[in-house]
Design a protein around this ligand. Structure first.
Ligand SMILES: Nc1ncnc2c1ncn2[C@@H]1O[C@H](COP(=O)(O)OP(=O)(O)OP(=O)(O)O)[C@@H](O)[C@H]1O
Ligand SMILES: [Mg+2]
Length: 333
């Protein structure tokens, strides 16, 4: 936990000595990245300084990241931004239909949310992406590793191995390049994401999968009285995750259950959990539903993606395209 990428060490900032570093560590802030994404209120509380000093510290961290080229400056020309955005890569989902809907695959430097009811394929998509990200560039992959944050205990290495073999990959090698973190509660989930930066570069990670984003928050913060606190914690967490995607140019994929009908707060039974917080932080959002043996994905709220459905299936290869012939036939596996 103490071991951080030296470049990002807190003590490289002027004015941060061992004592301040220790106080920040105690509050879960280990790197300049953590400091840049923490709220000034949290920093003020951690180090016991007033808010204006905390804002200063927070700004220093952000400036340092800009100097290191890990973050865009506050003002940047649109042409520079276009140039920077050329670094964005795409990972295939395993289904050409679904990739087309996404404009060519899951984007790095962005957060993509899949939401839908149980069995709609959210976890299967995550399992498949662990494999496809490792494929060579030009074959849908980025020759990269994956981090899988499992909050529900549903990650199955056996399933990943099956998908890898079905895709002609060496299952053992594929499993070696996936780092799994089991998050036991929301605080643990937050700690894992704060601590994740140091895993990304050494392991050549190109995708982070969070399955699922909201379940712990939903289970822990019950009742209307705690809703504001829950949304605030979730908001901070989701922004930290998005910032990670931007700083490291990795793809971040989060899954989200839909509200079960009887206990819905809002009246709409197919609303994703987490309300506007998750919705506003995600760059792209896809709604999944079951239709017989098929799965249907729809891009939601995107200004420049087409309003249409993509049909995919789940099979031994994980996510795949439906076979052209006899879509009604149920005999083949
Ligand atoms: N080996 C396999 N071969 C074919 N289909 C499979 C295989 N394993 C799982 N599936 C399909 O995946 C479905 C489960 O999908 P998944 O676990 O991704 O759902 P989910 O959206 O994550 O649901 P939840 O909200 O419960 O987490 C199963 O119902 C089955 O149809
Ligand atoms: Mg699941």
């Amino acid at each position: 936990m103490e071991e951080v990428n030296e470049e990002l060490a807190l003590t490289t900032l002027p004015g941060v000595g061992p004592a301040t570093k220790q106080k920040l560590n105690d509050a879960g802030i280990y790197t300049i990245l953590d400091l840049a994404t923490a709220s000034p209120t949290d920093i003020a509380e951690a180090v016991d300084i007033d808010t204006s000093k905390a804002v200063e510290l927070n700004n220093k961290a952000r400036k340092k990241l800009v100097e290191m080229g890990k973050l865009e400056p506050d003002f940047i020309s649109a042409s520079d931004l276009l140039e920077k955005r050329k670094a964005i890569d795409r990972v295939s989902t395993g289904s050409r239909n679904l990739d087309d809907l996404l404009g060519g695959g899951i984007e790095t430097w962005a957060m993509t949310e899949f939401y839908g009811e149980f069995g709609s394929g959210k976890s299967q998509i995550c399992h498949t992406l662990c494999c496809t990200v490792q494929m060579p560039r030009g074959e849908g992959g980025l020759d990269g590793g994956a981090i899988y944050i499992d909050t529900e205990g549903t990650f199955r290495p056996e399933r990943v191995a099956e998908i890898a073999r079905a895709r002609g990959l060496d299952a053992q090698e594929v499993l070696k390049r996936i780092t799994v973190a089991r998050a036991y509660n929301s605080a643990h989930q937050e700690l894992i994401v704060k601590d994740m930066g140091r895993m990304i570069e050494p392991n050549g990670v190109k995708i982070v999968l969070l399955d699922s984003a909201v379940a712990h928050y939903r289970a822990e913060f019950l009742g209307r009285g705690t809703l504001a606190e829950r949304q605030q914690r979730l908001n901070r967490f989701m922004h930290q995750l998005l910032r990670t995607a931007e700083v490291y140019n990795v793809a971040v994929v989060v899954t989200n259950q839909v509200q079960a009908a009887p206990d819905t707060f809002f009246g709409d039974p197919s609303r994703p959990t987490g309300g506007h917080v998750v919705a506003h932080t995600s760059t792209y959002r896809l709604y999944l539903r079951k239709s017989g043996r098929n799965r249907i994905a729809r891009m939601v709220d995107s200004p420049y993606h087409p309003e249409r459905d993509a049909v995919f299936v789940l099979n031994e290869k994980g996510v795949d395209d439906p076979t052209e012939e006899s879509p009604r036939k149920r005999s083949s596996s």
